[in-house]
Design a protein around this ligand. Sequence first.
Ligand code: KIV
Length: 276
Amino acid sequence: MLTSPELRALKGQRPSVWITAYDVVQAQVAEEAGIDVILVGDSLGMTTMGYDTTIPVTLDDMIHHAAMVRRGATHTMMIVDFPFLTYPDIPTALRNAARIMQQTLANGVKLEGGRDIIAVVDALIREKIPVIGHLGLTPQSIHTMGGYKVQAKTSAAIERLIADARELSDHGVSAIVLEGIPDRVAAFVTDHVDAPTVGIGAGSHVDGQVLVFHDCLGLSPNLPKFARPFAHVRDDMIHGLEDYRNAVLGRSFPSDAETYHIPDREWERFLAEYKD
Ligand code: KIV
């Protein structure tokens, strides 16, 4: 299993490969595929729970799903998102981090924000909890951002992003997720911080990539511009269920080979002895 110091040391060596996962099967296939880091993201709310945003996701939801992921992937680094408003101050963040680390056996936590949350980041790192930062399009701020919009598009916004990334890196985060920002901005940040950057919708010049499981494998009905479906699992599932339905209706399922049998002699004895 990749460790947090090893993750930081990968910078400049090779890209790290991250995927989100929310249950045991997704975790198993991610581990079998050799993914470096599984992120139990609060995108859980949209991919799995049917919400429009990540805001309704609770700490209990995250812990419930992260514990499943851990059971499916015992040898892969697992990072768990702090959901909305679960890290407003140091005591609350530490209490909630303890629950995440102890009840899910996570290898670290991720939280959205930069200089505004640096005191919380310091407190977590002081308690030896690896922390991943998250800058740019931060879905927990959807209402103040006014939608899922590309961020850091003005000189002032780029300066703020770089200052946030530098502060997180200097305070010892294990990596920084850069979401929904122009490629040149992500490349500039990547070249100006020590911590590895992990991009999602941030172009190719970053230290790693993360995709949402459902986008990566073609399970999502709609794909964002930056996502590439590397499989078409939703279509496969629909075709499989259509085939199953047709086989049941046409009585070709189950076949003889898919059926349990009893020896003739036993069956005849039963019929002879059975009284209606
Ligand atoms: O919640 C999540 O899945 C995330 C990734 C999109 C980075 O934060």
